[in-house]
Ligand binder design. Structure first.
Ligand SMILES: [Zn+2]
Length: 350
């Protein structure tokens, strides 16, 4: 109690009150007025007890007034803001409001529209964006913004991408996969999708060789050439990607149907979170997914990527800055990186 009073810890406001023997005034532990000598303090369980002892309420901290739910939640929000970089147990937030964890969460949501956790994530994401805008190294910025590791931030960001983890169904048995092919800036490009999302984006030498590649990836699926009619979904998606490659549009946020081992999915989802214009090393990715020794496996997972550009494995370079390998040729990797770099410097000029 003495420590709570000395540090004006709001978390104890709902737990006890203290009185000052010399002035016979009672306060909340967080009262901003000058703290009295510890030997002059006495403690009360509640207002009734303090009054019965002949003490009167302090006019600054007003211990008699019960704060409204909104005020309590504003305090909780302030606590989150002050500790956005830390792990905040729900129990700690709840204690500061003098409520049970479940009740606090409910009230918080009714006041702010989001849970305390999402509120904290929002603060961190904003801080992260600020740090990135200031030009911090990506990984450093991530740690500074309070995410334990890059995988955390990309994990949290994933929810906005609208991607649901899907089970690894080998070979596409029993499924129909639609495909379409275009000649894009970087040569022939094939996109294919299940009814859940894009499962295949690859560059190749011709439509025929790309179709072979698609069949090799999904040997048990029924492959169906997408109707070329206007307004057809896959056609629009591949056009959007083509426009993006030609630098006339943003990277389309298409639903993805990623299939792979748990490790591959971890790597690919991490890749999706790497912002345009940024590059990372295989070791960064390995550290980011919490497997710092696995950079070779990361390189293999990048090489096994089936959705070029949409899961931007071209943004992963060798640790020494060398461009590294690329499933669709190192020249295409360089071209993609050059385009993104040019786009970023244009964007900076604007
Ligand atoms: Zn007071």
């Amino acid at each position: 109690m003495l420590r709570a009073v000395a540090t004006r810890d709001k978390a104890y406001d709902s737990l006890f009150l203290y009185g000052v023997k010399t002035t016979r005034i009672f306060c909340r532990p967080s009262c901003p007025s000058r703290a009295a000598n510890p030997e002059n303090l006495r403690f009360f369980g509640d207002v009734v007890e303090a009054r019965a002892a002949g003490y009167r309420a302090c006019r600054r901290c007003r211990p008699e007034e019960r704060p409204s739910d909104t005020q309590k939640m504003q305090e909780v929000a302030r606590l989150i803001e002050q500790h956005a970089e830390e792990t905040l147990p729900l129990s700690r937030l709840a204690a500061s409001a003098g409520l049970s964890a479940t009740h606090m969460q409910k009230v918080f949501k009714s006041v702010f529209g989001v849970s305390p956790k999402v509120y904290q994530q929002g603060l961190r994401a904003r801080r992260l964006k600020e740090l990135l805008r200031e030009g911090d190294e990506v990984t450093g910025a991530i740690y500074e913004a309070g995410y334990g590791s890059p995988s955390r931030v990309y994990g949290e960001g994933l929810r906005d991408i609208g991607m649901t983890p899907s089970a690894y169904r080998k070979g596409g048995a029993g499924e129909t996969i639609n495909y379409a092919c275009r000649h894009c800036t970087l040569g022939p490009l094939m996109m294919a999708a299940t009814n859940r999302g894009v499962c295949f984006v690859m560059f190749g030498e011709s439509e025929a060789s790309l179709l072979d590649a698609l069949a090799a990836e999904f040997p048990k699926a029924r492959l169906q050439k997408s109707a070329e009619a206007n307004g057809e979904q896959l056609g629009r998606w591949i056009d959007a990607l083509d426009e993006h490659l030609a630098r006339r549009g943003p990277r389309p946020d298409l639903p993805l149907d990623l299939r792979g081992t748990a490790f591959q999915l971890l790597v690919w989802r991490f890749l999706i979170g790497i912002p345009e214009g940024n590059v990372v090393s295989y070791a960064d990715v390995a550290a980011g997914i919490g497997k710092p020794k696995a950079h070779r496996a990361v390189a293999s997972a990048c090489a096994a990527n089936r959705v070029a550009v949409l899961a931007p494995c071209h943004r992963v370079l060798r640790g020494d800055g060398g461009v590294g390998g690329y499933r669709w040729g190192v020249d295409r990797k360089r071209a993609l990186l050059d385009m993104e770099r040019a786009h970023m410097s244009e964007a900076r000029k604007r």
